[in-house]
Write a protein of this length. Structure first.
Length: 354
């Protein structure tokens, strides 16, 4: 948490030079906020596509209808926007386990795959638009370069594991036979099996294309929201520039930060627009408004579904306790270390023919 706060303060510090509160306030006062409404509508269309993508990734485990998953996706956003460490991914997986009896570990694995594909689309947006950018600060170029290597490496590893499960299983068995104590072996075996269940959605080229294509649609729709909100302010840039902004701000929000991505969203957005000649004060007023328009509606809806599912604030820790009790792990261990948990069934080992 302290690291996230420090990074948020650092990004805010980077944004402050050149900003004048009076001019930012004036731009906010004269904005035409009616443009936010179609932007919010488009965002929720994108949220439906995001829900469908999760449905598609889970269907080999259990076919869950999109309307049953949509509230869980909103609850996930609510958790991510209110709590640090992307806690929403854990609470939606907890609710999915409680509601549909889908393994916590398998669900978390699909969430990780979602983040990887989201990152790849962000990189695609950046690479499409970056050649047209007059000057993007070196810090952001370095972040893009590092994330490019990490995301492509993670994608390659996951796709290889999904395409070669027998080879992965042999490697795992060799590793486990030599290094795992016998008393931990059944739990780790089951964790491995559930993890492989989660990445099975990448086992075919068609599935990868479906997930990637849906991810492109999701983020193009979010860029359309950027475009609508832009019309509330006295500036104009091309859709390509907004794609670049979308890519950079969302890559930056993968860094640890305060809840709601404070600073890590705003500073890259301001700098991107300023690089294309937009007045920094207008760019700041637009970015702050856009951030709030992205954050508030889905947080309110997610909070409503949180209440409708009879969840409570301490369910973020109850999720930990319930999974720990069902899966036989230490309930005092932080929920964010979900990888140490095992499913709630009796261990049966690994089937070499799977």
């Amino acid at each position: 948490m302290a690291i996230g706060l420090a990074i948020s303060f650092f990004f805010i510090y980077l944004a402050l030079p050149g900003l004048h509160v009076a001019e930012v306030t004036a731009a906010l006062r004269t904005a035409n906020y009616w443009w936010i409404l179609p932007g919010v509508a488009v965002f929720f269309v994108g949220l439906w596509f995001r829900t469908w993508r999760w449905h598609y990734m889970l269907q080999h485990i259990k076919p869950v209808p999109v309307p049953r998953l949509f509230p869980l996706v909103c609850i996930g956003y609510f958790g991510n926007n209110i709590y640090p460490f992307r806690a929403g991914e854990f609470i939606r997986s907890y609710v999915l386990k409680r509601q549909e009896d889908i393994s916590f570990t398998s669900s978390i694995t699909t969430a990780l795959i979602e983040r990887i594909f989201d990152g790849l689309v962000m990189l695609l947006f950046v690479f499409i638009a970056l050649p047209f950018a007059p000057s993007i600060p070196l810090l952001y170029r370095r972040i893009v370069a590092v994330l490019t290597l990490l995301l492509f490496a993670a994608t390659a590893v996951f796709m290889w594991m999904a395409a070669r499960p027998a080879r992965v299983e042999r490697f795992y068995a060799w590793f486990a036979d030599r290094l795992l104590p016998a008393r931990f072996r059944p739990k780790v075996d089951m964790l491995y099996a559930r993890f492989m269940d989660g990445i099975e959605s990448l086992s075919s080229g068609r599935a990868v294309l479906m997930i990637f294509g849906t991810s492109v649609i999701i983020w193009l729709l979010e860029t359309v929201k950027y475009w609508f909100v832009m019309h509330a302010f006295d500036f104009s840039v091309s859709f390509l520039v907004l794609m670049l902004m979308n890519g950079l701000v969302n890559l930056a929000t993968t860094l640890p930060s305060a809840p709601g991505y404070i600073g890590t969203f705003d500073t890259p957005g301001i700098e991107t627009l300023a690089a294309f000649g937009v007045n920094r004060n207008i760019a700041a007023s637009y970015t702050f408004t856009l951030h709030l328009a992205l954050w508030l509606p889905v947080t309110l809806l997610g909070g409503y579904f949180f209440w409708r599912h009879q969840l409570h604030w301490d369910d973020f820790q109850r999720a930990q306790a319930a999974v720990a009790e069902a899966e036989g792990t230490d309930a005092t261990e932080p929920i964010y270390r979900v990888e140490t948990r095992t499913p709630d069934t009796t261990p049966t080992g690994i089937n070499p023919n799977d």
